[in-house]
Ligand binder design. Structure first.
Ligand code: TRP
Length: 371
């Protein structure tokens, strides 16, 4: 049997979201104001759970300042799975959040043995470029590297100072309890990530205010640690952090989409031909063995990867999506037809996206990295 791992650095095996919600003590996302319902990721429960989201809703309602903070681990090619968090960043920014984004280059160094130089290159060429093409506005945004917080010595100082001061408020046993296997590199990464999530509230930056952290649910241990630490530290006052959790983007063949397996993802730079051949060859199908059986018994859209992609990103019209669901389930629609719909939608999206990508240069990005 394959070993199942589920921690912020590795996820393998089947994922039972209901179980994770219970185990971690997060809450299912239920009724949300209309602006959220307009966003497919919230409406279709791709973002399915939270901690303390009411604090953010309250701030939004009262027109008070709030922050959206998240981070990226710069490894491999940017693929459609990365769009999940990217689109949430953009959603929050449009809603009025001040945006903070950490490039986790120290974490990539300490837990994946990747050089800072390589992380910088990948972060700019793959991640930030795509964020901009998807609609992120770098003007109202602090993007920084964990290894190089800011040219402004004061700002940089308080970020690293907080990481160090937090160390006083956690024990080794607690680390083991939260993370299982611990190494010095993981400990430092966890404390730095806590500082990522908390430091915007320091008086030198925004001051105490609500912060929402959108992440995949594997990151919740970091949130639990940061939330606990924030209430123990005496040197500063923090409003408790809020967070939202999205499901993982399924890989083409099922399982998790992974940058290290080219046949599990569609990259933003894949050509129309590549998309067609990957979807046809790899996309896990909920169809039946034979045409006859499919027509008679129908397919299973809930496990069909092409259907999942349409649901998560590429078909916003609820009525059209429902028709696809019903037709596939009844056997009226075949797997080959479902795949054709996805291929067409995906390629139309990528064509437009790739045009935007071409117009963004490294220089455009560098000038915003001087926070
Ligand atoms: N650990 C995150 C990842 O592996 C990256 C990250 C760093 C992060 N700092 C963060 C995520 C702060 C959320 C908030 O993807």
């Amino acid at each position: 049997m394959k070993k199942e791992v589920f921690d912020p650095w590795e996820v393998s095996g089947d994922i039972d979201y209901g179980k994770l919600v219970k185990k971690f003590g997060v809450s299912h996302l239920r009724e949300l104001p209309e602006v959220f319902e307009k966003n497919v990721l919230f409406r279709r429960k791709v973002v399915f759970a939270h901690r303390d989201i009411q604090r953010i809703l309250e701030a939004k309602k009262k027109g008070k300042k709030f922050v959206m903070m998240t981070g990226l681990m710069p490894t491999g090619k940017f693929h459609i799975g990365h769009m999940l968090v990217a689109q949430q960043m953009i959603f929050w920014q449009k809603l009025g959040a001040k945006v903070y984004i950490a490039v986790a280059d120290i974490e990539a160094h300490n837990t994946r043995n990747q050089s800072l130089k390589e992380s910088r290159e990948i972060a700019i060429e793959q991640y930030i470029k795509n964020y901009i093409a998807l609609g992120l506005n770098l003007k109202n945004c602090e993007i920084y590297f964990q290894s190089d917080r800011s040219r402004d010595g004061k700002k940089a100082g308080v970020y690293y100072r907080l990481q160090n001061l937090l160390a006083r408020h956690v024990t080794f046993n607690e680390f083991k309890g939260v993370y299982g296997d611990v190494t010095p590199g993981k400990m430092l990464s966890a404390l730095l990530q806590a500082s990522d999530m908390l430091h915007s509230q320091l008086p030198e930056l925004e001051g105490p205010c609500p912060v929402v952290v959108p992440v995949g649910i594997d990151q919740d241990p970091h949130l639990r640690l940061a939330r606990d630490l924030s209430q123990r530290i005496k040197e500063s006052k923090f409003v408790q952090i809020s967070s939202t959790y999205n499901v993982f983007m399924p890989g083409l063949k099922g399982g998790k989409m992974s940058s290290s397996d080219g046949s599990s993802f569609i990259a933003m730079t894949d050509s129309a031909k590549e998309v067609e051949s990957k979807v046809k060859k790899y996309a896990f199908s909920g169809g039946r063995e034979t045409l006859d059986e499919h027509r008679k018994k129908g397919g299973n859209p809930d496990v069909d990867v092409s259907y999942q992609y349409l649901k998560m990103f590429f078909e916003d019209d609820d009525k059209k999506l429902k028709k696809i669901y019903d037709d596939y389930k009844s056997g009226k629609m075949l797997t080959s037809e479902l795949k054709e719909i996805l291929i067409e939608k995906l390629n139309a999206f990528l064509k437009n996206h790739q045009k935007k990508l071409k117009e963004i240069t490294k220089k455009d990005i560098e000038k915003f990295l001087d926070n």
